[in-house]
Design a protein around this ligand. Structure first.
Ligand code: ADP
Length: 229
């Protein structure tokens, strides 16, 4: 990789949130972002899979079932590498606190469920530095499912894990798929030193805990924007 190794020091700090769909992670990272911004700190927010590239490639592929777990995984990792090298890393080098709604652990969990070997996945994403803090919102499967499926949303093909052939009903497929992903998160949480947050706690309680951990682990005063006056 051009530039900087995954272990080289940078002035910025990287915070990621992980968990099931409906675990509450986006709510918390949004509140964290607002808090850090209100303190006048340099913050940047990045989301998993937002790119046009992935949407186009996967929507074409799914129609004709062209994608294997390996090619599906490679498309996502390419997208992530692009975002990592164009946004995340430059901003870390520029001394920002970078907040990521989902990070490489999302790929580890989803792609392992799809059958990609875990060591292969770890190697594939080895260019990416480990976050300074990874929050894992540990929300019981039924709670997370209830939050997402309560509104009977339109589930996308891959989002529901339909490519795995678990069920022909998208809602059942989604539930089974999420259950498998949850097991992957549980298996990863100690090895990757996730900061576990009780996903069933009140939003305010969770946010208080998140802020406390961030305040303890990161010297926030270092990230103040210089006043333009
Ligand atoms: P995710 O990003 O993990 O998919 P969201 O933050 O979008 O989850 O939350 C999913 C839904 O659950 C939203 O309707 C949100 O308001 C609700 N929610 C989030 N956190 C909590 C919580 N601690 N308790 C109850 N409901 C929550």
């Amino acid at each position: 990789m051009i530039g900087i190794g995954a272990d080289e020091p940078v002035p910025g700090r990287l915070i990621a949130v992980e968990g099931l769909d409906g675990s509450g992670k986006s709510t918390q990272i949004y509140l964290l972002k607002r808090w850090l911004e209100m303190k006048g700190l340099k913050v940047f927010f990045s989301e998993w899979n937002s790119s046009f590239l992935v949407k186009k490639a996967t929507s074409k592929g799914k129609k004709r079932q062209l994608l294997t777990p390996t090619t599906f995984s490679l498309i996502h990792s390419t997208d992530f590498a692009d975002r990592y090298e164009r946004q995340i890393l430059p901003l870390l080098k520029a001394g920002f606190i970078v907040l990521c709604d989902r990070y490489i652990y999302t790929a580890f969990a989803r792609d392992a469920v799809r059958g990609c070997p875990r060591p292969w996945l770890h190697k594939l994403y080895s260019f990416a530095r480990k976050p300074d803090i990874t929050f894992f919102f540990n929300t019981p499967l039924q709670t997370a499912l209830g939050r997402i499926l309560g509104g009977r949303p339109q589930l996308k093909y891959h989002e529901a894990g339909m490519d795995l052939g678990l069920s022909r009903d998208p809602y059942e497929s989604f539930s089974l798929f999420q259950g498998k992903i949850y097991q992957e998160y549980l298996a990863m949480k100690d090895g990757y030193s996730f900061e576990e947050i009780d996903g069933t706690a009140l939003i305010e309680t969770q946010q208080q805990q998140v802020r406390e951990i961030v305040g303890e682990r990161i010297d926030l005063a270092r990230f103040r924007r210089r006043s333009s006056i």
